[in-house]
Design a protein around this ligand. Structure first.
Ligand code: NAD
Ligand code: TYD
Length: 377
């Protein structure tokens, strides 16, 4: 079937994997990648698909309502996968207004433009879908009731060999929203707008909330690529607080596969949590990154441990995120494809093998940006 699909934020980390998957897997679909190309957007992430006949790139700002109207109607868009966002918590602490503008007003402009176009068609909302990509961070923070870890109650292929959980609670689709950072507050607000367009205007919408992603093409301000790059350049590794915060990590291509499945088979107006039951305490994850990078660079075991530098904690730092993704597994049959140990090895290798990509995106500005925020203790 022919379709015209708008993917926003396709030049970013997760978006580039979603664009690549759709362009290659669905030659009959026309994929329009809409991206403003902020510091986080990089067309080098899509070099391998840019010449494909079913791919178009459009540079635009999602907060520009007239542009959204024009692009959606010009390309006869019938499906939207919305990833464009400001995505880094530390930046949101410094500059919350940019987050409200893009994540809230931008999502609203996209919803309104889609509504006007779809309502103008004879078939109206039939065969249309607005799929909004969100985060587990909207649910707030879980408690670290088991700081030493207990055997995880559920596992998937993505779980690490250790299979640990650091608390008894997990985020489910009905967990009450309780965001703490300007980033998560802006994403929560955008999620509410998406659901409001369904409930008020009957727009077919879907929301998914995913845990932390890792893999190739992630901007090196986020923990994993930042630390791989710093180890390579013998630079300090700034660990916020005591390094005890817990995150639940999923390989980015497994998230992209989940998005593909949900876009095609998900039930309208539903929410699905996406995660791999793969909790890691930051400091334990950092030690895995150090030992993997050292091994691949031929350094002696433990060589880069000296780079660990404990710094002041992130303000309002959420203690633990842990996703329960059993609804997605049981209703749509999604399974992660990679175990964490395989994923992290692939990821470290990719960053070490793609130094030119890293040099291209590393202007150094982002590091200076935080110098006054996180100081060594
Ligand atoms: P990213 O920061 O790597 O990419 C964001 C992209 O959006 C960039 O290409 C940027 O240029 C574009 N963009 C920003 N503002 C824009 C605007 N006003 N108009 C048009 N384009 C704009 O982000 P990511 O990590 O790939 O995250 C993508 C989405 O997934 C976000 O909505 C994020 O909230 C969500 N998410 C991310 C994670 C994660 O671990 N990275 C986890 C769950 C959900
Ligand atoms: P990050 O990659 O920014 O993702 P998020 O805050 O959205 O979960 O950070 C992951 C974890 O690593 C988080 O607990 C903060 C911590 N962290 C550090 O300790 N040092 C750093 O330099 C960064 C970027 C993150």
């Amino acid at each position: 079937m022919k379709r015209n699909i708008l993917i926003t934020g396709g030049a970013g980390f997760i978006g580039s994997h979603v664009v690549r998957l759709f362009v290659n897997k669905y030659p009959d679909y026309h994929i329009v990648n809409l991206d403003k190309l902020t510091y986080a957007g990089n067309l080098a992430n899509l070099k391998d698909v840019e010449q494909k006949p079913n791919y178009t790139f459009v540079r635009a700002d999602i907060a520009d309502l007239d542009e959204m109207r024009r692009i959606i109607s010009t390309h006869h868009i019938d499906g939207i996968i919305h990833l464009a966002a400001e995505s880094h918590v530390d930046r949101s602490i410094k500059d919350p207004f940019t987050f409200a503008r893009t994540n809230v007003m931008g999502t609203l402009a996209l919803l309104q433009a889609a509504k006007e176009y779809w309502e103008s068609l004879p078939e109206k909302y039939d065969g249309k879908l607005f799929y909004h990509i969100s985060t587990d961070e909207v649910y707030g923070a879980l408690e670290l009731t088991h700081p030493e870890g207990v055997a995880a109650p559920f596992t998937t292929k993505a779980s690490s060999a250790g299979d640990m959980a650091y608390g008894t609670e997990f985020f489910v689709e009905t967990t009450k929203y309780n965001p703490h950072s300007p980033y998560s507050a802006s994403k929560a607000s955008s999620d509410h707008f998406v659901r409001a367009y369904h409930d008020t205007y009957g727009m077919p919408t879907l929301v998914t909330n995913c845990s932390n992603n890792y893999g190739p093409y992630q901007f090196p301000e986020k923990l994993i690529p930042l630390f791989i790059n710093n180890i390579r350049h013998n630079k300090p590794l700034p660990v916020y607080g005591k390094g005890e915060n817990v995150r639940d990590w999923l390989y980015v291509e497994d998230h992209a596969r989940a998005i593909d499945l949900i876009f095609h088979k998900g039930k309208v107006a539903e929410t699905y949590n996406i995660g791999g039951f793969n909790e890691w305490k930051n400091i334990d994850l950092i030690r895995v990154i150090i030992s993997t990078v050292d091994r691949l660079l031929g350094n002696p075991e433990g060589y880069s441990e000296k780079l660990i530098t404990y710094v002041t904690d992130r303000p309002g730092h959420d203690m633990r995120y842990a996703i329960d993704s059993r609804k997605l597994q049981s209703e749509l049959g999604w399974e992660p494809s990679l175990q964490f140990e395989e994923g992290i090895e692939k990821t470290v290798r990719w960053y070490l093998d793609n130094q030119a990509w890293m040099d291209n995106v590393t202007s150094g500005d982002y590091q200076r940006y935080y110098d006054d925020m996180y100081t060594a203790r």
